[in-house]
Design a protein around this ligand. Structure first.
Ligand code: GLV
Length: 395
């Protein structure tokens, strides 16, 4: 019998690829120890090693988020699913969401909020301009949102938004605080309980040095009360926290099947968290800060401008570099560096498309060696597109 669709020759060929060094906004290269963990066997949903694995991941995540929250786990999908889990569980139709928007993520959070039926207000700043706690407080008093969204890591612009004062301001105004730490967790200080954050989420493929596919998340008791008082069902079945928490055995309840978690990714995350615990968060923060400073200095020595002018507000992971006037096809630098050096640099996201290049030095790649490699390949890319760097200091 002839098949309607024959086996494709593309997948009958042996798998082959050359190693790419990832200097984009994430994913970063996965630590070899983490890759090894993911090659161990697949577990059944409630096999004893899977139960232990989930418990160890929760404990490692509490350290990483600096929280004692019982409801701490990993959503079985990418960082965007972390955002979707946070907002779809907290928001009911007609609830008010305020989204701090000074890059791309605030706009996306606003759209997720609208899809939940929430009444959304965007507090807007030009890209890369941080919000002060005073203006946030004023806006909370004026708009009275139930939930405030802020990205600590605005990776489209390279901004590190201070969030430490926002939790108490939100609570004085009967509002819950959601913080996106996708491109900062493990690289910049974050203290969930000390800073009174209600929901935080991140992603595994950035400073955590794990593969893409899990979104660590944690909920405060205030956030849990809001979810418990919902009058409507959470619109998403997969991301419903009430169901997720039973599968994770939160509050010591008997675990029940909801959907199948990837034991492979949980093995990886467990190893990545073990590496983080062994290095220590303070050392991780120092390493990221030092290597990104090294990158920023090298970029400035090439005569280029950084998009975030004040070093205190620069992310220690993703750096946005202004594309100088006269450069007509900035994307050809990225294409050349991939072709010639097997190096990925980041493309821009809205609202900065055509305005910046982005270089990410994070997780396993946050080393002096990787930073120097990024600088020397970037310099070669600049020469290739006809831009002459000011100084020839970078070898
Ligand atoms: C994704 O997180 C990005 O910043 O491109």
């Amino acid at each position: 019998k002839r098949m309607d669709v024959p086996p494709p020759s593309s997948i009958l060929n042996p798998l082959h690829h050359e190693e790419i060094t990832l200097f984009g906004p994430g994913p970063t290269n996965t630590a070899p120890r983490v890759c090894h963990a993911s090659s161990l066997q697949t577990f059944g949903i409630f096999n004893p090693p899977m139960v232990d694995l989930m418990k160890e991941v929760q404990e490692g995540l509490r350290y990483l988020f600096q929280t004692k929250n019982e409801l701490t786990y990993a959503v079985n999908a990418s960082g965007m699913a972390g955002m979707e889990t946070a907002l779809t569980n907290l928001l009911e139709p007609k609830d008010r969401l305020m989204s701090l928007t000074n890059g791309c993520w605030g706009g996306i959070a606003a759209e997720v909020g609208e899809r939940c039926g929430a009444i959304v207000t965007k507090l807007e700043h030009p890209p890369g301009v941080p919000f002060s706690s005073d203006e946030v407080e004023k806006a909370l008093k004026e708009h009275k949102p139930h939930v405030l969204y802020v990205a600590q890591s605005e990776s489209s612009t390279g901004l590190l938004q201070p969030v430490e004062k926002l939790g108490s301001i939100c609570h004085q105004n009967n509002c819950l605080l959601v913080v996106d730490t996708v491109a900062s967790l493990g690289a910049a200080p974050f203290f969930m309980d000390r800073w009174e954050v209600d929901v935080v989420y991140s992603a595994t493929q950035k400073a955590i040095s794990c593969q893409t596919g899990l979104a660590p998340i944690s909920f405060s008791s205030r956030a849990r009360e809001k979810i418990a008082s919902r009058k409507t069902k959470v619109q998403s079945y997969v991301f419903d926290v009430n169901k997720n928490m039973v599968q994770w055995g939160v509050d010591g309840v008997a675990k029940k099947y909801h959907h199948t978690y990837s034991s492979t990714l949980l093995l990886s995350l467990r190893e990545a968290l073990s590496m983080i615990a062994a290095e220590g968060l303070e050392q991780m923060w120092k390493r990221h800060s030092e290597n990104t400073k090294r990158l920023c200095n090298g970029i400035e020595e090439l005569g280029l401008e950084l998009f975030i002018k004040d070093p205190a507000y620069r992310l220690p992971t993703v750096t946005a570099i202004c594309i100088p006037e006269g450069v007509e096809s900035p994307g050809s630098l990225n294409a050349y560096c991939m072709e010639k050096h097997k190096v990925e640099f980041g493309a821009a996201l809205p609202p900065l498309v055509g305005k910046v290049w982005r270089i990410g030095i994070m997780g396993y790649n946050s080393t002096e060696w990787h930073t120097n490699k990024a600088l020397s390949v970037f310099k070669d890319g600049l020469l290739h597109i006809g831009y002459t760097p000011k100084a020839a200091k970078v070898k």
